[in-house]
Ligand binder design. Structure first.
Ligand code: DP6
Length: 328
């Protein structure tokens, strides 16, 4: 990445995978969720973002992966930067250069790493020195899941009730260093229904949404107990069940929709048959057709071999717990 100017700030943030999902906003403007969620930050996929406020610019100039961002993306970034401008008192427009470190067109680019990196880089470029809690609150305004990517390892987003108390906290874990997440790519390119639209439709039309609020809260309590006990089997079971309950909200929406494709279902079956044959692994799926498989280091090779045969080597990536946001 070429340096923009002397006062440019660059930050790196990693993606995260939610084991208990965030799916639905109580407040769409402030991004306050109905329920808490808990994720693992991953080492392999990350975003580097450089921000420089510049008196010579008349509008924000946003480039992603070396290309000018679309009008829609630039508008979303500008709305976010307006929050930073308002808080810092800065009035200048900004140059933003963002690079996603994901395999080319793997369909794994994430708003979580993007807005966590943007929050860190833009706030510091505007002269603010925010605590990790305040960075998490700020990142949340860009994309809910971004508030968890401020932290490495496991992070819990405590839903709160307003802007001041809705942020993520790190969750300490011991004995889980050999946890692996295998990312399986089944489709590339942007999804037809964004998570933002998808969760809105689920909240407003699925008759099961009230049940989701109850079960997601219970799943979160159970997951935290499983993490404290470093109980991999329990972590996997809770994560898998919670993911399917989230996806049940898409199938029960009006109009109904799904993020799954045919390969997603094939992978689900394969994970179950691996498990029945004694290779312990579990799946989780976000708002897209790609699947993440949770396993431990000793079974990773076997699982990678199985899925490489079906999907091709380039669509099977092994990731580990990753670090929190950092300045470069
Ligand atoms: C399925 O954080 O992308 O990945 O707040 O509208 O930007 P917005 O949504 P986003 O949604 C993530 C949904 C999820 C589950 C999760 O990460 O918890």
């Amino acid at each position: 990445m070429t340096t923009l100017s002397n006062n440019a700030v660059t930050a790196r943030a990693h993606t995260n995978i939610a084991l208990v999902k965030y799916w639905g906003k109580k407040d769409e403007n402030l991004i306050i969720p109905y329920t808490g969620s808990l994720s693992l930050t991953l080492d392999y996929f990350y975003t580097d973002t450089q921000v420089a406020f510049d008196a010579n610019l008349t509008t924000d100039d946003v480039q992603i992966d070396g290309q000018p961002a679309s009008a829609k993306t630039t508008a979303r970034v500008s709305r976010f930067l307006d929050i930073v401008r308002q808080r810092s008192g800065i009035t200048q427009s900004a140059a933003v250069r963002s690079t996603n470190h994901v395999p080319t067109a793997a369909g794994l680019a994430s708003s979580a790493s993007a807005f966590a990196a943007l929050a860190a880089a833009s706030s510091r470029a505007a002269g603010m020195d925010l605590s990790l809690t305040d960075l998490s609150r700020l990142a949340r305004r860009g994309s809910g899941s971004a508030c968890r990517s401020i932290f490495g390892g496991f992070a819990e987003w405590q839903p709160g009730t307003d802007d001041t108390n809705s942020y993520a906290i790190p969750i300490k874990s011991h004995g889980l260093a050999d946890l692996r997440v295998i990312a399986l790519t089944t489709a590339k390119g942007p999804k037809a229904i964004s998570s933002r639209q998808g969760m809105r439709l689920s909240v407003t039309t699925s008759p099961y949404y009230p049940a989701w609020i109850q079960t997601a809260q219970a799943d979160l309590v159970a997951l935290k107990a499983a993490l404290a006990a470093a109980d991999f089997s329990a972590i996997g079971k809770i994560s898998e069940l919670n993911a399917m309950r989230m996806h049940a909200l898409t199938l029960s929406a009006d109009p109904d929709f799904t993020y799954f494709n045919g390969q997603t279902l094939t992978i689900i079956d394969l994970v179950k048959s691996l498990r029945h044959s004694g290779v312990e692994c579990y799946y989780t799926i976000d708002a897209g057709p790609n699947v993440k498989v949770l396993c431990q280091s000793e079974t990773t090779e076997k699982i990678v071999t199985t899925f490489s045969k079906v999907l091709g080597d380039e669509n099977v990536i092994v990731t580990k717990p990753g670090p929190g946001v950092q300045y470069l």
